[in-house]
Design a protein. Structure first.
Length: 660
């Protein structure tokens, strides 16, 4: 027996590094039992049979991105089951042990202490996380090692402000854009990736006059990811005339701590539309112009303003109403109102026009009244409304007694219409006998003037006499510029002499013949015992009478003179007229008694001859009395009526007597 000790199984240094054995030895050959105990210590020699291990594998390390360079972020601890000695020594931590995941060498690892630290500042926006492999190795022979997976996550901090996709936003919108419509879509981004740091709130910082816009935050897909966008929406109506341009400043703010924001200018141009009518600068225009102004004279200028711009604000001027006769003209572009025709104040003293201003594109318009006052000038001569004014007075009245009042008319106004009356000529002729010599037909008649009161007449035989107006009503026209027939001459005063116009055969206005005045109208009538009739003191004219017999009688006031050359005022008819009219009837009644002998002279009998004489004698006596003689054409005088009546009575009366 050798006494060798063998290991019955594998020894494990890590389980037991030392074993103590008690060995007993006996001597049996000498017959004497003898033994001896021996302690045997067996020390197990360690060998590198244990690989290093990490307590946790894998691990995740969170590092804030604002960690400074060299900051320790983690310390690794590895274990080795080998005993104390080279086999358990772990000089394993070195930068070369980082296998992958750190291309930029952002971390460093202490090989002895196993401390992991940042090599420089981290940026989560560049690299959000790192995946590292850490290796630990002992000093045994052969060496053993172990690996561990390490994930380094960079914690996001709000270290970036938002940024807009464009440096400036510009947009044009019409001013009639409906409220609620989208004006512009704003897009902003944030380099921070966390939900809190990447969320935005949009606000309008400045430039939002009248609070016309607001920004609403909307989440939309943009750039391959969900982004919070800002929708610029119209909330109030736009008005180009009030605010044509909006310079907004829009801010986008994130929701991180601390909060960061960014701003961007937004230029909104409002496009004009034709939504405004023209407006005149005045509520009313007035001007005064002399009626002597020539055509083309500018009176005034109307001006209107249209708040719309460009062609939409171009204005066209027209006269809407008030110029029926085309007296005015209006420049369609400048609004200059001028005369187109001469004005006459006596026709119309005030012209009221309505001017219209229209903007051409949209048809909006405005109206304004324009008053044109015509200033008077002294362009009208005065005239009397009647040709001759008749007045009768009693004799033996004291001086200063009012005879009559003259009324002349002047169409002009003011000082131009103030009149002054004067007697130009005194009466001539014989007022007692009533002789009225006619003007010399060989001399031309003076030109009739609309106003005899202001025009002297050439001297000729004249007399104070009362004559009614012979002009029909249509001939009495106002104004001096009108041409009147010879009978329309106007006297100037009460006792102005009257000059009869000459009778001309070619004249369309023939001179009327007047019957002789009655006895009481002559100057000596009062001395003969004839009282004047009541109408003798009246200044009114009586209408002409037409008797049933067809004879044209004179006026009741028969003091009018004859108006033909050479005419003479004879005695009035009176009782003699009726005697001469009844004489033929008496002759017819007495004819059979006077001529009783039934003898005849051929076809004519004596009664027939007597009948003819009875009619011719009164006719011959009555014609000079009732029909005044004159040098003018008899067809123009009323005496022709009497002659035709006499012949008719003669022809019709003779057969009647013959039949008796």
């Amino acid at each position: 027996m050798t006494g060798e000790i063998y290991a019955a199984r594998e020894l494990d240094y890590e389980t037991g590094a030392r074993h103590v054995l008690q060995v007993s030895a006996e001597d049996t050959q000498h017959g004497y039992p003898s033994s001896r105990l021996v302690l045997v210590q067996i020390h197990v020699q360690d060998c590198n049979d244990q690989a290093p291990t990490f307590p946790e594998d894998p691990i995740t390390i969170v590092v804030p991105e604002n960690a400074q360079a060299g900051s320790s972020i983690f310390t690794f601890q590895a274990l080795d089951g080998d005993g104390v000695g080279p086999n358990s020594m772990l000089p394993c931590y070195s930068p070369s042990s980082l296998l992958g995941g750190d291309p930029g060498q952002d971390f460093s690892l202490d090989p002895i202490s196993g401390v992991l630290s940042t090599a420089h500042a981290l940026d989560r926006e560049q690299i959000a996380s790192y995946s590292l492999i850490v290796v630990v190795q002992d000093h045994g022979s052969p060496p053993r090692s172990a690996t561990m997976s390490v994930t380094v996550q960079v914690l996001d901090l709000n270290d970036n402000a938002p940024g807009f996709a464009q440096a400036t936003y510009m947009v044009e919108v019409p001013e009639d854009l409906p409220v609620g419509d989208l004006v512009l879509q704003l897009v902003a981004g944030d380099a921070d990736l966390s939900r809190e740091n990447a969320g935005f709130d949009y606000t309008i910082v400045s430039g939002n006059g009248g609070n016309a816009f607001q920004v609403e935050s909307r989440v939309a897909w943009a750039g391959g990811q969900l982004r919070t966008q800002g929708a610029l929406v119209l909330v109030e109506s736009l008005d180009f005339e009030s605010i044509p341009v909006y310079n907004l400043t829009v801010a986008a703010s994130d929701r991180g701590l601390p909060q960061r924001s960014a701003t961007v200018p937004v230029l909104i141009t409002v496009q004009d539309v034709n939504d405004n009518p023209p407006v005149f600068t005045r509520a009313e225009y007035r001007a005064a112009v002399s009626e002597a102004a020539l055509p083309g004279t500018e009176l005034l200028r109307v001006a209107a303003h249209d708040a719309d711009s460009g062609p939409r604000g171009r204005i066209h001027y027209t006269i809407s109403s008030g110029d029926q006769h085309g007296l005015f003209q209006l420049h369609e572009s400048t609004g200059a109102l001028s005369l187109a025709r001469p004005l006459d104040r006596e026709v119309q003293a005030l012209h009221t026009l309505v001017v219209r201003a229209t903007d051409i594109p949209g048809g909006h318009f405005a109206l304004v009244p324009v008053a044109i006052e015509v200033k008077d000038i002294n362009d009208n001569k005065p005239y009397f409304p009647v040709e001759v004014l008749s007045a009768s007075i009693r004799e033996n009245l004291p001086p200063g007694t009012l005879v009559t009042t003259l009324r002349a008319i002047d169409a002009d106004t003011g000082t131009f219409g103030e009149l002054r009356y004067m007697v130009l000529e005194q009466a001539v002729g014989d007022p007692t006998m009533g002789d009225a010599p006619c003007a010399n037909p060989s001399q031309p008649s003076p030109k009739q003037s609309p106003s005899p009161a202001s025009t002297p007449r050439p001297s000729s035989p004249r007399w104070p006499i009362q004559v009614p107006s012979l002009c029909p009503p249509s001939h009495h026209q106002a104004g001096p510029s009108r041409t009147h027939p010879p009978c329309a001459a106007r006297p100037s005063a009460t006792r102005v002499p009257f000059r009869p116009p000459p009778c001309r055969p070619a004249s369309p206005h023939r001179c009327p013949r007047w019957p002789p005045a009655p006895p009481w109208s002559r100057p000596s009538a009062s001395r003969r015992g004839h009282p004047p009739p009541p109408s003798a003191l009246s200044t009114r004219w009586s209408p002409l009478r037409r008797p049933s017999s067809g004879f044209r009688a004179g006026p009741l006031d028969s003091s009018a003179p004859a108006r033909c050359h050479g005419a003479r005022a004879g005695p009035g008819p009176g009782l003699l007229k009726w005697v001469l009219i009844l004489l033929p009837a008496l002759c017819q009644a007495w004819a059979p008694r006077v001529c009783r002998c039934p003898w005849g002279l051929g076809p004519l009998s004596l009664p027939t001859v007597w009948q003819t004489l009875c009619w011719l004698v009164p006719y011959g006596l009555l014609t000079p009395v009732l029909a005044p003689r004159g040098d003018g054409p008899r067809a123009a005088c009323s005496g022709s009526v009497w002659r035709w009546a006499g012949w008719c009575f003669t022809v019709l009366g003779a057969p009647g007597v013959a039949g008796s």
